[in-house]
Design a protein around this ligand. Structure first.
Ligand SMILES: [Zn+2]
Ligand SMILES: [Zn+2]
Ligand SMILES: [Zn+2]
Length: 337
């Protein structure tokens, strides 16, 4: 999601204020990109230019050399110019009216601001008014080393993996900066925010693209060969669902294991079923309804699929690389019709 329509635009004409020598690398490795912000002056230049995007309109995005140096607070102009030039080309651009941050520069600032490296540690909220989609008991918000979970206060939950708290109903990786003081101050709002974003994210994967980088997403149905979820998550597959979908980005490897219905909750007839359940926005409720729909595995030898019994009838979801939805039976609305 770029807000910069000038991706790949040219770096602009040099001005007399800056040294002749401008470092213009061809292609930087991700490690090199982090090295660029591993310096306080360079990071500060990027932050100042990024800040300009949220104040004023387009004509004010650019900062002339002197103003930029003052905003960064570096008095040694030689030193300042050196670091400025390290950023030129890929991360910032020189225009007649001054310096402007480019898309890769914005991404670096966003990464730093959102706290890409999540803090280690464990924290839990008080019980919220959200309900477990398996047993209806109150749910709490748990943070475990970079992951936010909805956790049931009564049952064993839907997921049982080493890194998750007992009773986990979800486990969603979250940049540390996004949590803030939400676990203590507003756990229900945090729960909705994290699950709402996750639902959007997963729908994008369901449509075949990585929600993180836009790369091609591979979808693969993962059927448990010896499923037993009586009394809690199955020992074999670690979940209460007889089948889940493994999603993987072929470019950045973003991915995970998700309930099939979450991938298609925006497509008919799932979206109507969500609306029937009273869900009108994406938050914990939307996740819980989709994850809690009864489902079963269909394997007729030629294709593997899962089937859901929705209010409108039985729906088959075929997953092999991408997704196909087939309605295989309509339910009768009333017994005497
Ligand atoms: Zn429960
Ligand atoms: Zn299983
Ligand atoms: Zn990706």
């Amino acid at each position: 999601m770029s807000d910069d329509p000038r991706l790949g635009g040219d770096a602009g004409a040099p001005s007399e204020e800056e040294p002749e020598h401008v470092v213009q690398s061809d292609r930087r490795s991700p490690e090199d990109s982090f090295a660029v912000v591993g310096n306080e002056i360079r990071l500060s230049i990027l932050r100042v230019l990024h800040e300009r995007l949220s104040v004023g309109d387009r004509s004010e995005y650019a900062l002339p050399y002197t103003e930029l140096r003052e905003a960064v607070g570096e008095e040694d102009s030689g030193k300042f110019s050196y670091h400025l030039n390290r950023l030129r080309g890929e991360f910032i651009e020189k225009r007649p009216e001054g310096y402007v941050i480019r898309y890769p520069g914005k991404e670096l600032v966003r990464t730093v601001k959102s706290g890409a490296v999540a803090p280690a540690g464990v924290a839990e909220s008080d019980p919220t008014d959200a309900a477990c989609y398996l047993c209806g008991a109150p749910v709490i918000v748990a943070y475990t080393n970079g992951y936010v979970s909805a956790r049931c206060t009564e049952c064993r939950g839907a997921l049982d993996f080493d890194f998750m708290p007992e009773g986990a109903l979800s486990s969603i990786p979250v940049p540390g900066g996004a949590i803030g003081d939400g676990i203590d101050a507003a756990p229900r709002a945090l729960l909705d925010r994290i699950h709402g974003r996750f639902c959007h994210h997963i729908r994008v994967f369901g449509d075949g693209s990585c929600a993180r980088c836009g790369g091609r997403a591979d979808l693969h149905l993962r059927v448990c060969s010896d499923h037993d979820a009586n009394g809690g998550p199955c020992d074999e597959c670690g979940t209460t669902m007889p089948a889940t979908v493994r999603v993987t980005c072929e470019v950045c490897s973003e991915g995970g294991i998700v309930p099939a219905a979450c991938l298609v909750s925006h497509r008919a007839p799932f979206r109507e079923a969500l609306a029937d359940a009273g869900v009108d926005r994406l938050g914990y409720e939307a996740f819980a309804v989709a994850a809690g729909w009864p489902m079963r595995v269909v394997d007729d030898g030629t294709e593997s699929a899962v089937e859901y019994d929705l209010p409108s009838g039985r729906v088959r979801v075929l997953i092999c690389g991408d997704i196909e939805i087939r309605e295989v039976g309509r339910s009768r609305r009333t017994p005497d019709q």
